[in-house]
Design a binder for this molecule. Sequence first.
Ligand code: QUE
Length: 385
Amino acid sequence: MDALGVEEKPVLAQVENGVGRLTLNRPQALNALTTAMCRDMAQTLSQWATDERVRYVVLDHNGRAFCAGGDVRAAARSGRGDGEAARDFFRTEYRLNTLIKRFPKPFVALIDGVTMGGGVGISVHGSHRVSTENTLFAMPETGIGLFPDVGGGWFLPRMGAPAETCEAVFADEGAQNYSEVGTWLALTGERLKGADVRAAGISTHHVAASDLPALKAELLAGPERHPKSGNRFSESMARPNEFIDNLLHRYDRPVGEPSYQEHLEAINRIFGKSRLADIAIALKLEDSDWAQHQGEVLATRSPFSMSVTLRHLREGRRLETFEQVMQMEFRIASRLCQSHDFLEGVRAVLDDKDHSPHWLPQSIGGVSAHSVEALFAPLPRELYD
Ligand code: QUE
């Protein structure tokens, strides 16, 4: 509610100057996504996809966080019962992720703050992602007994080695020499800050937060208002991609090597192993403080979630279309939302905040291959739509 008692909308949508603008407007909850927000954005975007008034879309946020994730507490509440509302949430959220991935016009996400889980899913699949020194990226789901969904099965196993990240990192085809950076980020939930978000290819452009108001003003003014486009109005309107590329290029700040560069060899060697137990052992045997720390982080994550995640990323790397990955993710999420570790993880991290979840099984060795495999099976008919 605002001062006049008017209900504030959690997502603001407007079309002006040929630009469709979506603004996340639930700052008190770090813009965490509810089912209604996802449905709302999906409906707006599917209209804008064919609306000639809309040349491109800008997604920004009110408040310091871009988006902290999905409304997982509501999902857990549902998961304690029949799980129907939780499945409805994941179905709606994944449809939105797919709409953004397949959006036929430039989609510019301004991720000037916390961008985690569900927040990654509504930005990373867009054509243009702009980070700042305030950007804090993570896929933290293994810490609450979930898995890195929202298309994590697509982009995480396709992250390139930093040397190649200036190219199209998430290109549907092309170079197959992917790194294991995504596997490392997914299993540990490690955060990337600022320039590292760009160096890893999560963002496509990196700008100073102090430049963001000016960049935003130019983006929202649209091609026609741009002083340099002058009488090239129709030309730039016909080529929104070129307009956006040029505009973002002017604000782009170079980033150097990522801070994890010195660990890249170990990341690829250790997180490239096929079995989770082998990854955990290799971290323990590695003679470096960094590896010891990664091992200690893994020891706090849900063994079941990590096992599901590793299988998910390997399968996601093999699958040919984004839609296939999202179908796999819906199968997993539909079941995981009623699982012990998810309900326990949300209790420990988000409800009671004791940060001491009691995972079942307690250790990696206790996870049966059969229990992991069961999450990937096709769903019974009654769970679709
Ligand atoms: C893992 C997650 C989430 C998380 C913490 C995790 C997540 C999520 C939130 C969150 C944070 C602050 C809020 C809120 C939600 O935290 O998905 O409403 O105000 O949304 O370890 O996946």
